[in-house]
Ligand binder design. Structure first.
Ligand code: SF4
Ligand code: SF4
Length: 202
């Protein structure tokens, strides 16, 4: 998905027409009504000839689940590798990069010398879903999942996730890995492609 930036020129002199406000309000209401009717008509164009034509902004949740874009950043999760243990090596980079300081890690060491997070706590009530933890992680051990459900609670303390609640099977995160490797980590492709002689530019 291409990311585009729209520049907004805020130093515009308003015309008399715009300064009257009423015509602009009517224009705004016309846009609102246009979306309303498009949504309304969209109800009857849901399935035509087996194809999905509906192009409306709303879904009938919870009967219908929204399809989030592949680059969507949902709940951050810790990756549990195929052998059943976390990929995290408790380096602390995510903890340092997290703007609202919502990650706390206590590292440990296995008998074979490998490091692991003895304790990994993420305060989901403070997380701003920026994805910095995911970007800095050298092990692809924390990623933004596509999980957008159950992200709210009546009690903030219930949103403090421990390692047990954060662990997520690697096989369910393949789409996210694809996005990361394709869009963000061109260096990953370099490492995976011995035929490339020079590291691609970001
Ligand atoms: S997504 Fe951002 S705010 Fe949330 S845990 Fe990661 S770094 Fe912290
Ligand atoms: S950056 Fe990755 S490996 Fe390092 S502590 Fe965070 S999740 Fe673990």
């Amino acid at each position: 998905m291409a990311i585009t930036v729209k520049k907004v020129d805020r130093n515009v002199d308003m015309t008399l027409w715009e300064r009257m406000y009423i015509p602009e309000m009517i224009c705004g209401m016309l846009i609102t009504w246009r979306h309303f009717f498009l949504n309304f008509v969209g109800l009857f164009l849901e399935e035509v000839g087996g194809k999905h034509y509906r192009r409306i902004a709303t879904v009938y949740y919870p009967e219908e689940m929204p399809i989030v874009p592949v680059a969507y950043r949902g709940r951050p999760v810790l990756v549990r590798s195929k052998n059943g243990i976390e990929k995290c090596v408790a380096c602390g980079l995510c903890e340092a990069a997290c703007p609202p300081n919502c990650i706390s890690i206590i590292g440990g060491e296995r008998p074979n010398g490998d490091r692991y997070p003895d304790s990994y706590v993420l305060d989901g009530s403070r997380c701003i879903f920026c994805g910095f933890c995911e970007e800095v992680c050298p092990k692809e051990a924390i990623v933004m999942s596509h999980d957008w459900k159950n992200l709210c609670e009546y009690n903030r303390s219930k949103m403090v996730y421990t390692k047990k609640e954060l662990l997520y099977p690697e096989r369910n995160l393949q789409k996210r890995f694809d996005v990361l490797r394709d869009k963000y980590f061109s260096a990953y492709r370099y490492r995976q492609s011995p035929n490339l002689k020079t590291e691609p530019k970001e």
